[in-house]
Structure formats: C-alpha cells, structure tokens
Design a protein around this ligand. Structure first.
Ligand SMILES: Cc1cc2nc3c(=O)[nH]c(=O)nc-3n(C[C@H](O)[C@H](O)[C@H](O)COP(=O)(O)OP(=O)(O)OC[C@H]3O[C@@H](n4cnc5c(N)ncnc54)[C@H](O)[C@@H]3O)c2cc1C
Length: 382
C-alpha cells in the first residue's frame, strides 16, 4: 500500500494536466480505468482554442491558458502544440443582431474580434453561401491544438517529475479516515491526503463514492464527422467557421474537413458512439450553409461534453467532504482551458488561492467553487 499527497482520478486532459502541476508540489498518483489515458472525451474533441466561445468565465480561462499552448515550457513536447486557425463567426440575417450583441460583450472583456463583410468571409472560406452571411466576425488569434501532443506532454512531464500513472485502475471504493483517503483501484489499495475528482462524465459517480452530494453534472453527447474537401481545393488556410446560432461548425482537420451539428443530447456516462441521425444532420447543415457536397463520410464519432447548470467548470474543494477536490464540468472547453484550469486547481489545493494571473483577469475562487449555489440544483441542458 503506497501513500501519496494527491491522488487524481481520471487521466483525460483534466487529470493529466493537474497531475503534472501537482507533482511539483507533492507526491502524486494518477489513476485511470482504461488501458490508455485520453480514451474518452479528450480523445474526441475538435481541438480548437477560441476566446470568443463559451461564457465569460470560460473565455477568461481560455485566455489564461493560451500562452502555455502557444509557447509551452522548454522540452514539453517534440512538436508545436498549437497552430493559428482563425475562427469565423457567421450570422444569417435573423441572427445578426444576436451576434453583434455577443461580440460587444466579448470585445468588452478584452478579446479582439474583426468584423468582415460577406465577401471577405467568402475569401477566407470560398464555399460559404453569400446569403448565409449577414454578419461575419473573425477571431484572428484562435488556435488549432494538437491534443495528442498536449496530453502526451503532460503525461511525460508528470512521469519525469516522479509522478506515477496507473492504468486499468478503476476506482471502485473511497474511504476517508483521520484525514487520509483509502482508495480501492483495481486490485490495489492506495492512501492519499487529497483526492482530485477529474473523472469527466463520471465525476458525479466518483463524488458519490466519496460520500459527497453530486454537483448535477449532465453529460451531453456531441457528434463529429470528417470528409474529403472538393478535389484540388487547398483548405489549409481555411478558418474554423461557426454559425451564430451554434447549429454547426466546420474546420480543416489535416487533409480533411471536420464538422459537427453542435448536438447536445443528454446521455448517461458511457463509451458513447455517434448516432446516424446526428451524422446526417451534420452533413445537411454543412451543405445548406456551403456549396460543399458530402458524398462520403470518412469518420464519425461522438463524445460526452459534461456541464453543470451554470456551465462554469467546478474547481474547488467539496463543501462537506474533507479532502475531496472537484475538477469537473469542463463541457466543450476542457482542452483549451486545461493549462489554466490545472494551475488554478493546484494553487487552490496547495495554497488556498488562485494564481495571480487568473486573479488579475477577475476570476475568483467563488466563481469556480464546488459550494456555489447554482450547483446541486436543477441541471440544465443548455
Ligand atoms: C465532439 C467534441 C468536440 C470538442 N471540441 C473541443 C474543442 O474544440 N476544444 C476544447 O477545448 N474542448 C472540446 N471538447 C471538450 C473536451 O474534449 C472536454 O472538455 C475534455 O476532453 C474533458 O476532459 P476530461 O479529462 O474532463 O474528461 P475525459 O477525457 O472523459 O477523462 C475522464 C477520465 O476519467 C476516467 N475515469 C472515469 N471514471 C473512473 C474511475 N472510476 N476510475 C478511474 N478512472 C476513471 C475515464 O476513463 C476518462 O479517461 C469537445 C468535446 C467533444 C465531444
């Protein structure tokens, strides 16, 4: 039986990144049920980092994570973690006002957005239909993330710092005695002072196992497809295009195009697969907004984006169960926010305060806390 300062449950991007940060502050164990890390939501993302996406707290966390993605620590990864990929928001006439109002909030919070005409939008992505664009906005600084390199970088750094990763180690029992947790994971038993619950869609199940009340996490299934671009068309410089109503997005993904119908179907935690109806909706929405003809879908998949009612990640100690730290509810932003969220969690666990750069952005522990009043209420699906 080994004793650790911290035991992190779940080796998706949330668990891997926080384990990397925690290991520099104390002995850390990372426990993953699957044979390999990153097999669930982390391995299924669209891999963008966009400051104009999500609510204010999420956007600020994304901003705070950007410098790590653009300029990681020396030796963190053998390849660059992120490439520039502008985000182009488009609005049909009936949604132009909504997009303009949203842009106002985003710009006020300090993110640069440039308004573009329909012709300029089409020069960035020539397949867009002109009548679909009453308003266009571009976030030039948006990034495409190499998620595998980011996850591998965190795991390699964690091990290099002396951290221990156990795979095929499903946590099935948690017992707290005299300020220490006894953890049952597979056939092994471990002891740890603090448990970090980074179990993605399963985080409420882990909370219950630890004797806590669930935070009201709702896993929502999201579908993605890839398909070939038209013959001879160079898509390398295309932006990520998203419509103001968030009914679809389209982006280059290597030599293919990736699209999602932005579906949000509540689902019990599981190894989720794509539903053919959502796959068809993805193709249909892309073809309505563009001149693309999708004859053959190369790949299709789905993942669970898990949200709490206010759609702000839960990053804080459980208000009732000592030594249980929540790192859950990253929804559709867990990759882009991972660097800042991991630092926030580590700093809250070890120092009881947020890092100064996050404080300077106006983020407070109360906004992220597991004790905030919006949690454990009726969970929302939107
Ligand atoms: C289609 C799609 C597109 C997306 N696009 C983006 C995007 O462009 N940008 C972005 O930032 N985010 C995006 N996301 C969201 C992002 O992928 C998630 O926010 C993020 O991956 C969540 O990471 P996680 O570590 O919390 O969860 P997960 O990756 O699901 O990891 C949780 C881990 O916990 C493990 N676990 C669960 N229970 C136990 C147990 N009892 N014992 C041990 N281990 C356990 C699981 O096996 C799993 O490996 C997208 C998601 C989807 C589905």
């Amino acid at each position: 039986m080994q004793t650790y300062d911290f035991a992190v449950i779940g080796a998706g991007i949330a668990g891997a990144s926080v384990a990397y940060e925690l290991q520099s502050r104390g002995r850390t164990l990372l426990l993953e049920r699957e044979p390999l890390p990153g097999q669930h939501t982390t391995g299924r993302s669209a891999a963008f980092s966009v400051e104009s996406y999500g609510n204010l707290v999420v956007r600020l966390l994304t901003r705070a994570g950007r410098s790590f993605l653009a300029d990681p620590p020396e030796g963190f990864a053998p390849v660059s973690l992120a490439q520039r990929c502008p985000m182009l928001w488009i609005a049909r006439p009936e949604l132009a006002q909504q997009l303009a109002e949203r842009a106002q909030c985003i710009v006020t919070a300090g993110t640069e957005l440039v308004e573009v005409s329909a012709a300029e939008a089409r020069s960035m992505c020539p397949v867009l239909r002109e009548e679909q664009i009453a308003m266009g906005l571009v976030e030039e600084q948006a990034l495409h993330i190499d998620v595998a390199a980011l996850l591998d970088g965190y795991l390699a750094g964690f091990r290099a710092r002396g951290g221990e990763l156990a795979t095929r180690a499903a946590v099935t029992g948690l017992r707290s005695t005299r300020g220490s947790w006894e953890i049952h994971a597979g056939a092994a038993r471990h002891h740890a002072g603090v448990i970090v619950n980074a179990a993605g869609a399963w985080a409420d199940e882990i909370g219950i196992l630890a004797g806590a009340r669930p935070v009201g996490l709702v896993p929502l299934r999201r579908t993605a497809i890839t398909f070939d671009p038209p013959d001879g068309v160079d898509i390398a410089q295309w932006p990520c295009v998203i419509d103001a109503g968030e009914t679809f997005y389209l982006k280059p993904e290597g030599a293919q195009l990736l699209a999602s119908p932005c579906d949000e179907t509540p689902f019990a935690p599981c190894d989720v697969t794509a539903d053919e109806f959502d796959v068809a909706v993805a193709a249909d929405r892309v073809m309505r907004a563009t001149t693309l003809e999708i004859r053959h879908i190369r790949h299709r998949w789905a993942g669970l984006r898990s949200f709490v009612a206010d759609r702000v990640p839960v990053i804080g100690m459980d208000p009732e169960v000592t030594g249980l730290f929540w790192l859950a509810g990253q929804g559709g932003h867990g990759i882009m926010t991972a660097p800042s969220v991991a630092r926030a969690a580590t700093s809250l666990i070890v120092d009881g305060a947020l890092p100064t750069d996050l404080k300077a952005l106006g983020i407070t522990p109360e906004m992220l806390a597991a004790s905030r009043p919006t949690l454990r209420s009726e969970a929302s699906t939107r």
